[in-house]
Write a protein that binds this ligand. Sequence first.
Ligand SMILES: Cc1cc2nc3c(=O)[nH]c(=O)nc-3n(C[C@H](O)[C@H](O)[C@H](O)COP(=O)(O)O)c2cc1C
Length: 325
Amino acid sequence: MFRVGSINIENALLLAPMEDVTDASFRIVCKELGADVVYTEFVNSEGLVRGSEKTHKKLRLLADERPAGIQIYGSAEESMINAARIAEEENPEIIDINAGCWVKNVVGCGAGAGLLKDPEFMQKMIGNVVKAVKIPVTVKTRIGWDSKSINILEVAKRLEDVGVAALTIHCRTRADAHRAVPDWTWIPKVKKVVSIPVALNGGVMEAADAVRAFKETGADAVMIARGAIGNPWIFRDVKELMTKGGISEPVNEEIRIKACLKHVKLAIGIKGERRAVIEHRKFYTGYLKGMRNVSPIRAKLMTLYTYDEVEGVLMEYLEELRIKN
Ligand SMILES: Cc1cc2nc3c(=O)[nH]c(=O)nc-3n(C[C@H](O)[C@H](O)[C@H](O)COP(=O)(O)O)c2cc1C
């Protein structure tokens, strides 16, 4: 059971935090399709403390996406405490701390997965963040820095001891980045040493993977990242597989194209047309994946700046697909 503050969900499905992907529009798309809890992109604690408007904007949560978690990252205790307080003002259901990011400039400052190198400091810093806010604090981390220093059992226990409300474990090491096959066997081992909810992350690319993850590991929740890009239906499909044993409406080309348009429209309502249309370019590969003669269509979409143009190209393409079918 994923029990965190007011959230109480069995076999919960979480949309992972993803920089440049999980903005409000994508979070709402996934929410509508069955994600139980969604997370913001990671938000830099130093930027928040400095008062950067661009960073602060990432905290904004809309009514349609709740329950939601705001994820913050950093390694300076004071900044993390202050950032958590600033994030708390946005009223998220969860504040999540990133202890898993592998990229050089993040771990180089001791943040993200860099925290795994000093579990004692990690525990103290996160414990003080927990004390500084009233809402639940969760942590997303990895199983260890590299295969020689897997310390998730120690880390999990330490974090539970200082009041962390739940853990998400990306079942790879920092050295693995996003590449190696994730080792889900750590989930039941972690569940043996802590009693807070444990969410599994890593390698859930299709609905059936999530079903297997719940079954094989007893995870309280499954967090999906790349598997949701271009396929937000994954959340709905997992639920149908879990409850009915099959998927009622396989996603066809028309559903994909219309969802892509709905997504960009939603984004326009949130951040304005030009920015939304430009930022939507990263989603075309996912939404249009596997469709016939799609390369020139994608190339054309990359040059557009207005919704009407995007709709024109996509609806004409859909018509072509229908004629050839
Ligand atoms: C484009 C992208 C951006 C990401 N940004 C974040 C982030 O901001 N915070 C975070 O904790 N993890 C981030 N991650 C890692 C994912 O949340 C997740 O842990 C990882 O992709 C493994 O899950 P998956 O196998 O389901 O993709 C990111 C991953 C991707 C692909």
